[in-house]
Design a protein around this ligand. Sequence first.
Ligand SMILES: NC(=O)c1ccc[n+]([C@@H]2O[C@H](COP(=O)([O-])OP(=O)(O)OC[C@H]3O[C@@H](n4cnc5c(N)ncnc54)[C@H](O)[C@@H]3O)[C@@H](O)[C@H]2O)c1
Length: 403
Amino acid sequence: MSPTRAKLPFIAYPTTAHTVPEPLGLILVISSWNLPFGLSIEPVIGAVAAGNAVVIKPSELSPASSALLAKLIPIYLDPQAVKVVPGDAQVGQQLLDLKWDKILFTGSPKVGQIVMAAAAKHLTPVCLELGGKCPAVFDHLSSSWDKKTAVNRLLAAKFGSCAGQACIAVDYALVEKKHVSELVDLLKAKIKEMFGDNPRELNTVARIVNKHNFSRLRKLMGDPSVKSTIVHGGSFDEHNLFIEPTIMVDPPLESSLMTEEIFGPFLPIITLDKIEDSIEFIKARPRPLAIYAFTNDDKLKKRILSETSSGSVTFNDAIVQYIAETLPFGGVGESGFGRYHGKFTFEMFSHEKAVMSRGFLIDFWFRFPPWNDHKLNLFKVAYRLDVIGIVLTVLGLKKSKIN
Ligand SMILES: NC(=O)c1ccc[n+]([C@@H]2O[C@H](COP(=O)([O-])OP(=O)(O)OC[C@H]3O[C@@H](n4cnc5c(N)ncnc54)[C@H](O)[C@@H]3O)[C@@H](O)[C@H]2O)c1
């Protein structure tokens, strides 16, 4: 929170300069249902630390969590500074009609467009935390320990958190053709270990959030061209909104499964001739929120970093980048813009005010009109702190025409 000193050119001497963070004012946080506390409270911590007042509009799809937030926040935080307004899209729309100083929206790209359009009316800046398709590049790992660890992490990132209903969940995997059957066998064995013979009976696989999303996912899987590529799982129970962890190998790239964000427990595996082809594959698609790569090949890592663009890159794990508050969290391109977490949240909700402070003692006479070449020459040499140039110009020994 303390001011940060800024360097100035010599010509500004004697002047001090610094930047001071000031609160933006009134913040609106609209969050999605799948991390109802984190996505609501984490922005509030930074916004309040930066001196703002905040209104949180949690999701109607997690009504119990939203009600709990609405009950607890006024008990523990100053209700004049932080308010929870639970409600659906209509409530969100009413809030968007008001003037805010910044809006942080977490949700789908479609609603992100609505938020941005509403904010534009008041010239309100926005941070959009959206989703998309996060790929996992799965290179051949020679050590069996590495392979086992990577498969565990891949599965946890796909089926573990909210059964894939997470913005940074692995959406699909890219694997070399010659290694795909080995990977599928390993995945099947590990799924059994993690979720049992009958995953529906175990409470470790989250249910799909509502009927609408369940039907959307069933439609993705029900596409005959996709269905025929299922190599594991594929069962569901509509009554319990349950979908079994499911793996497909090489579903058509133009199917909705491969063009839309999955946000559910399907893991399509796309095979490539060479793992390096994954770079072109990723580049040919919208920029993801996260890229994951399981590999020990430093050259491949370097290429992924320099040739692709994404909100984040994590090597040899997935989702864990979310918990590092020293790393900014946010998307790029279609996965959103703006970044937060830790100190970055404070910065996002602050305006960095530039402050310059001067005394009256020294003044450079050549800054004032009427201007001539001599004065402008002095400006030039003084700006560069060219002491010899200054002396020569003052003595009239250095003359150059300034156009
Ligand atoms: N980048 C991230 O941090 C992050 C985190 C979680 C989820 N997501 C993304 O969120 C999406 C899923 O979440 P969702 O289904 O809750 O998203 P959503 O866009 O349907 O809803 C998000 C929020 O917007 C509100 N809303 C909906 N319509 C509105 C309107 N017309 N006006 C104002 N507010 C409106 C909802 O009530 C909810 O609070 C996925 O795309 C996922 O990738 C992103």
